[in-house]
Ligand binder design. Structure first.
Ligand code: FES
Ligand code: FES
Length: 220
């Protein structure tokens, strides 16, 4: 642009140079500012779209207040938020039983249910069955019969076994019950009912022996 053109629109060469320097400075810091603004905007959107709920869970007789993403599974709530890591995550797909816990007296796979669905329920995990000093009879029987090797499946096996004996005691039939009016304990009943709990070490005979022991001792 010629000087006479600048004069015609009422600004000087000095003012043009000053505005150019200012523009360059803005461009130099612009990307960083824009980036942090974008990150903040994304974080706001994520926060706004995460559906959270405030609820409490009764676990092993203790109430826990939680505010969680409503999509959190019971297993993840136990392990990641309450640090009750006895329940194990084997498959996270309901196929191995390592995550089994007892809810209102019935065993469930905690990886297949949402924590928010269990407000008001009585949840028992392996930590609530016994302690190293005072083992639950099923825990003692697993130790006595060497019903574990690596032990990864063991918490789920024990929770399941405790509930299995109560199921049989309550007369709830299974696929292999010979008389569905009079359900009786047998090794076959145990194998069938425990079939959702996979042990990669194949300690199955010892697990059945442990459950049989507790059933005969009637310490459930
Ligand atoms: S972790 Fe839940 S069934 Fe495998
Ligand atoms: S004891 Fe190892 S998977 Fe069961």
């Amino acid at each position: 642009m010629e000087d006479k053109d600048l004069c015609r629109i009422g600004i000087t060469r000095r003012e043009v140079l000053q505005s150019s320097v200012a523009a360059a400075a803005v461009l130099a810091i612009g990307p960083l500012a824009a980036q942090s603004d974008a990150e903040a905007a994304v974080a706001d959107v994520v926060d706004a779209t995460v559906p959270t709920a405030h609820f409490d869970l009764n676990i092993n007789g203790t109430r826990h207040d939680l505010t969680l993403d409503t999509r959190t599974t019971l297993l993840d709530a136990l392990r990641n938020h309450l640090h009750l890591t006895g329940s194990k995550k084997g498959c996270d797909h309901g196929q191995c039983g390592a995550c089994t816990v007892i809810v209102n007296g019935r065993r469930i796979n905690s990886c297949l249910t949402l924590a928010v669905m269990h407000e008001g329920d009585e949840i028992t995990t392996i930590e609530g069955l016994g302690t190293p000093e005072h083992l639950h009879p099923m825990q003692a029987a697993f130790v006595a019969h060497d019903g574990f090797q690596c032990g990864y499946c063991t918490p789920g096996q024990i929770c399941s076994a405790v509930a299995v004996l109560k199921e049989i005691e309550a007369g709830i039939p299974s696929h292999v019950s010979e008389d569905i009016q009079n359900v009786a304990f047998s090794d076959n009943e145990v194998r069938e009912r425990m079939s959702g709990n996979i042990c990669r070490c194949a300690a199955y005979p010892n697990i059945v022996a442990a459950i049989r022991d507790v059933q005969h001792g009637e310490h459930i």
